[in-house]
Design a protein around this ligand. Structure first.
Ligand code: FRU
Length: 484
């Protein structure tokens, strides 16, 4: 159902219960509902927000438009977890209901102060001429889930940016509290701004400078920047929209990239010796990744498995978007690794030796080993006519590729159906998580990652080996009862 502009920005309380019941029923009838990935109960999900540990639980919010599949009036929907694998949906936690966020509670992050969780986000406001104003604002969530909004702009838009100024990430560095914010400068280039909380007071921010990270200045906007530290080494993750492909080749409509640097000096707003720009994920959908330095010492990340401006087949079931698994980030030999948190293995129900299968429930994990000079060409979601998602693991030629051309319902064709990446032939294992309409493929325990959506047609549930061989296991996965 296409929504009009009036409907996209209609106040939440003006929607009828009948409408919500109708779209919920439609969503529930979808054959593509995932079994262990976070999805909206109905309507549209985009960026993960406010990822944090608070009150004995992991808290995770997402950008949410409940009433259809439009990027309309956004709120923050809240979920919580004790193991980072099972997430329990609670409710819409931050509504777009004040003068500072009247056209959307946009993306942001969270940090605990005393006994409250401070939620730092962008209030999207349109004036009567529909001109955008972006306010960096906040709210406090108490332990019993009460929200108290702070009726004050915490960071003003700088003079040298356009109104594209959003997605504050609050982080701690050596005992001090900072924030980075994505922006478009007045020359229409994507940049990142760095701020410091005076005396660690989240109400009092001072501007430091544009973050210096050898920005190529070819994108027109940087969304969702994140700075995390692994053993003091900074990793900057960000979404440079419109990045020049001469800087780095990519196929998706918008890329999610990262750089690993050597050190960070907040005084000069510099990440020193940033390495080359790299793709975070080689698949079809991975955007707006939110990463945190968790209190238990791990560096954790979660992504939106979706992209702006792409039409997905679930739209006819009145919902869109899902989140990735929670991934732990590590650096090995100077390279970034991303792999689902350890607790993911708790989903494994039983294991079988890997072999072809005519039929599965499309909820499983494969752990495969391909010999150094070996090769395998595999179809997931395959049917009897040898259609399916084609995965080629080719250590001998130092290549992995994924092709969704002959699988499920076609979508996003203009961005190509095939993705590939280089691997060196020390390749050992490939872990593949399949969940109804999601795949996440981790090469060498996260050295390279391919994530994506696929919308299988009836009968596309098999695993077919087209050529070559691999050894390993097939694990059926069981999440238990999913409530959203
Ligand atoms: C990224 C993004 C953010 C913004 C949010 C709005 O997908 O455009 O920059 O805060 O989505 O939903």
């Amino acid at each position: 159902m296409l929504l009009t502009n009036e409907e996209r920005y209609r106040p939440y309380e003006d929607w009828s219960t009948e409408h919500i019941e109708k779209i919920t029923k439609n969503t529930e009838s979808s054959p593509w509902r995932t079994s262990f990935h976070i999805e909206p109960p109905h309507g549209l999900l985009n960026d993960p927000n406010g990822f944090s540990y608070f009150n004995g639980k992991w808290n995770l919010f997402y950008q949410y438009f409940p009433f259809g599949v439009a990027h309309g009036l956004k709120s923050w929907f809240h979920t919580q977890s004790t193991d980072l694998v099972h997430f329990e949906p609670t409710r819409v936690m931050i509504y777009p209901d004040t003068r500072l966020d009247s056209q959307g509670v946009y993306s942001g992050s969270a940090m605990q102060f005393e006994d409250k969780l401070f939620l730092f986000y962008t209030g999207n406001v349109r004036d009567k001429n529909w001109l955008r104003h972006s306010y960096q604002i906040g709210a406090l969530m108490s332990k019993n889930g009460k929200i108290q909004k702070i009726d004050k702009i915490l960071i003003d838009k700088p003079d040298d940016t356009t109104d594209h100024f959003r997605d504050p990430q609050i982080f701690n560095f050596k005992g001090n509290c900072y924030a980075i914010i994505g922006a478009q400068n007045i020359n229409k280039k994507g940049i990142i701004k760095l701020y410091k909380a005076v005396d660690n007071d989240y109400l009092n921010w001072i501007y430091i400078n544009d973050l210096n990270f050898d920005n190529d200045l070819t994108s027109y906007m940087i969304e969702c920047p994140n700075l995390v530290f692994i053993n003091e080494q900074p990793i900057l993750l960000y979404c440079p929209q419109g990045l020049d492909k001469n800087i780095l080749e990519y196929d998706n409509i918008y890329p999610n990239m990262y750089k690993i640097a050597q050190s960070f000096d907040p005084k000069t707003a510099t990440v020193f010796n940033p390495g080359p720009l790299e793709q975070l994920d080689y698949g079809f959908e991975c955007y707006a990744t939110q990463a945190i330095n968790a209190p238990d010492g791990r560096v954790l990340a979660i992504s939106w498995l979706g992209l702006p401006d792409i039409k997905y087949p679930t739209e006819r079931y009145d919902y869109l978007g899902c989140l990735s698994l929670v991934k732990e980030l590590k650096i090995n030999n100077g390279k970034l690794y991303q792999y689902p948190v350890e607790a993911i293995t708790s989903l494994r129900k039983d294991s079988q030796v890997f072999k072809e299968k005519k039929e599965t429930n499309n909820v499983y994990e494969l752990e495969l080993t391909v010999e150094k000079d070996g090769y395998i060409e595999l179809l997931l979601f395959s049917d009897l006519n040898k259609k399916g998602l084609k995965l080629v693991i080719d250590p001998a030629n130092e290549k992995v590729s994924v092709d969704r051309k002959n699988c499920g319902e076609a979508f996003a064709l203009e961005f190509g159906t095939k993705r590939h990446c280089h691997i060196d032939n020390k390749i050992t294992t490939t872990n593949i998580f399949v969940d109804k309409s999601v795949f996440e493929i981790f090469i060498n325990k996260g050295e390279k990652v391919f994530s994506g959506r696929i919308f299988p047609c009836q009968g596309e549930t098999g695993i077919t080996i087209l050529a070559g061989k691999a050894t390993g296991n097939y694990y059926s996965l069981d999440y238990g009862c999913k409530t959203n």
